[in-house]
Write a protein that binds this ligand. Sequence first.
Ligand code: NAP
Length: 256
Amino acid sequence: MRGLEGRVALVTGASGGIGRATVERLISEGAIVHASDLASCLPDIAGARGVHALDVTEPDAWTCVIAAIVDQGSGFDILINNAGASTQDVITDPSTVDLDAWRMSIRVNADGCFLGCRTVWPVLGAARPGAIVNISSLASFVGTPFDPAYGAAKAAVMQLTRSYALAGAGRRPPVRCNSVHPGVIWTDMWKRHAARLADASGNSIDAIQADLSARIPMGRPGTAEEVASVIAFLASEDAGYVTGQAIVIDGGMTAG
Ligand code: NAP
């Protein structure tokens, strides 16, 4: 892909499935990649330029990590706001949505993404075009009664993306901002969710996965690598005229 060689990128939530695959894909495209995650699960990824403890809900931590990357003198070009979390329960009755769980989801998924965009904004696009890719979800388009907070937070990410895209479109060099919306991707997040669905329904995880696959037109969950390739494209100059867009990666689930 054009425009990734030598570009400096930060990927948050990089210990997880999609984050790790994205770091590896950007490295393979020649980017200088910094990986971050919570201090309790720092990623160990061959070829990463730096590994940073970054709780995305902490404004001061964002400031420190971005300053540390910029201090290395190679600039800063690409932010992948990937860190995310779903709540721990399967909600069956909307009157039982827990306020603390709601706030956790908004903090990690929406506040975290906003803080990332806000912190990198002054340093992005200083000498070269900049790009932000925000990892939202299919849940920003369809209701998620099993986890209402998650869908609400991810919809906020989509709308935030459009605002930063418009603000960056007129900058010279331009800064682009897009969101990606994975459907069912078989990472730890989905495996944990499938386990909770199995507990709640009394079915096996295999039965839950078979049921999910039957509801996906392509007949299977996606892989982290399939999401990472779309993220890398949006970060690259091959997507140089794409901004403010919400790109769905769902095996056809929302096609009809
Ligand atoms: P994952 O494997 O659970 O990875 C998410 C990563 O984010 C984990 O390493 C997690 O750490 C980290 N994280 C959680 N809270 C954080 C915080 N406050 N600060 C920094 N890092 C934090 O999940 P994934 O499937 O790769 O998800 C990646 C992104 O895709 C998320 O934004 C998710 O919402 C989105 N997504 C996933 C799917 C899917 O089907 N998998 C579908 C739609 C959207 P811990 O493990 O320690 O919590």
